[in-house]
Design a binder for this molecule. Structure first.
Ligand SMILES: Nc1ncnc2c1ncn2[C@@H]1O[C@H](COP(=O)(O)OP(=O)(O)OP(=O)(O)O)[C@@H](O)[C@H]1O
Length: 363
């Protein structure tokens, strides 16, 4: 059974000085004028689930004139509590049921979040790193053991790059790290591929409903080295280039996942609005795959969808969100912006919160 956020206490997050939200529901709508603090509520939830902002630095998250921001959440079922405090100097405190925990991964496993905001829409056009992080979010939640391999690989490649950079040509030491990253890299890549084979068909199904006019939409995955070779072979082949330039050229750190339409890169041929729909499709597909793999539901943070999509498409995205059992936190300017497009039948009742000058009141 998935965790749902029932209570939220926010302190000093942007313009939210002290906000208490009780009795949160499956679908929660935050409406209010520009600058009232709607996105800040989503930022607070993101801080609680990921210990960071989805938009900017921690500095931008802490209310001006304060040293730290804090968010507490109460979850059901199980009555767990989580809390995150972040200070301007970079300090992080994470608590689960009153006890400090050391890694954000523990938090992420308790409150998995998907974010659909204006920033998310750069996923297709932006650098591959963002797409890898997107993919790894899903792999982390679905493929057990991935995080351990990922950590092992990060440690290994860091060591190998240090050796390459400092020109320490002890061939033996380099060979040890080459074998180490070949092993962990193959393992994490296998997890990515397994996850990708679940994600791609789900994404295609969703897009048939969201944008049927987009024909031959295809999600493709590149593992980061020549697929005819093992990672060890690819690393051995690139050894002289690696030595010359002081870093590892091939491996899962170069993986990418791209969307093609009729054989052409979606980032190059789709309109901005169509790209937004594709990104929504990817994010919804991830939540569905997670639920299908019986890993529970993630919560969706959706910022001002009616400002990003036309009414028909905003309605289609809302219908898909409504059909999932995921908890949703969604913002808009007028309450009707969402209530008019959220499916009336079969959908959960909408909990409405009016946000005004840094306060949120249940309507
Ligand atoms: N660190 C900060 N300290 C205090 N106030 C801040 C901080 N960062 C942003 N703000 C202010 O918080 C207010 C709320 O911002 P927020 O982005 O949450 O508004 P919003 O309701 O989502 O508005 P819009 O509809 O325009 O997107 C804004 O007036 C903004 O200038």
């Amino acid at each position: 059974m998935s965790n749902q956020l029932r209570r939220l206490h926010i302190n000093q997050v942007r313009n939210l000085d002290s906000v208490r939200l009780e009795d949160l529901q499956r679908v929660n709508v935050f409406f209010g004028a520009n600058g009232s603090g709607k996105t800040s509520v989503l930022e607070a939830i993101h801080l609680l689930g990921m210990a960071r902002s989805f938009r900017g630095s921690i500095r931008s998250l802490v209310t001006h004139g304060h040293q730290a921001c804090t968010v507490f959440g109460g979850l059901t079922p199980g009555n767990q509590s989580i809390g995150v405090q972040r200070g301007l100097t970079g300090d992080v405190q994470i608590k689960v049921n009153g006890s400090s925990v050391r890694t954000v991964a523990e938090l992420v496993a308790i409150l998995p979040l998907q974010v659909i905001t204006a920033e998310s829409f750069d996923l297709l056009t932006g650098a591959p790193g963002a797409r890898r992080r997107f993919l790894d979010w899903g792999v982390f939640h679905v493929e057990q053991g991935f995080y351990g391999q990922w950590q092992r690989y990060q440690r290994g490649i860091k060591q190998r790059n240090i050796l390459l950079r400092h020109g320490k040509m002890s061939g033996q030491e380099l060979a040890v790290w080459t074998r180490e990253i070949a092993q962990s890299g193959e393992a994490l890549s296998a997890d990515r591929e397994a996850y990708f084979t679940r994600l791609a068909p789900r994404f295609r199904d969703i897009m048939e409903g969201l944008a049927p006019s987009l024909k031959d939409l295809e999600l493709r995955y590149r593992k980061g080295w020549d697929k005819q070779l093992s990672l060890l072979e690819a690393l051995e082949n690139s050894l002289s280039a690696d030595r010359e330039q002081g870093y590892t050229h091939v491996g899962p750190q170069r993986a990418d996942m791209r969307v093609f339409v009729d054989g052409r890169l979606a980032a190059e041929v789709l309109s901005r609005g169509q790209q937004k729909l594709v990104v929504c499709g990817l994010k919804l597909a991830q939540g569905m795959v997670m639920a299908e793999a019986e890993r529970g539901n993630c919560a969706y943070l959706v910022d001002d969808l009616p400002a990003e999509l036309d009414r028909e498409h905003a309605g289609l995205v809302c219908s898909l969100l409504s059909s999932m059992s995921a908890q949703v936190f969604i913002t808009c300017v007028q309450r009707e912006d969402i209530s008019a497009v959220w499916p009336a039948e079969g959908g959960a009742e909408l909990a409405m919160f009016h946000v005004e000058q840094g306060n949120a009141t249940r309507q």
